[in-house]
Design a protein around this ligand. Sequence first.
Ligand code: SF4
Length: 73
Amino acid sequence: MNLPFEPVCEHCRYFKPADAVNGSCHRFPPVFAGDASPREAHHWRFPLVGPHAWCGEFLPARAAQMSSSGVTI
Ligand code: SF4
C-alpha cells in the first residue's frame, strides 16, 4: 500500500502537538496518570506520544490539519 504520507502519529487525526518533539494522542479519553499531585486535573492525562510513533488506531489527518510539509498543525 502506497500512502502519500507515513502512517505515524504526526500525520494522524488524533495527534495534538505539544512541542517540537512530543504530542498527545486523543483517540480515547484521558487515562489515569497517578494521584501524586494534589490537583485533580493532573490525575488524568492523554497519552504522550512522539511524532514518529504509531499504532493500529491511526487515521489520516484531515487536509485542514496538514501543513504544506505534511506535518500536522
Ligand atoms: S497513530 Fe495511534 S497513538 Fe498515534 S496519534 Fe494516532 S491513534 Fe494516537
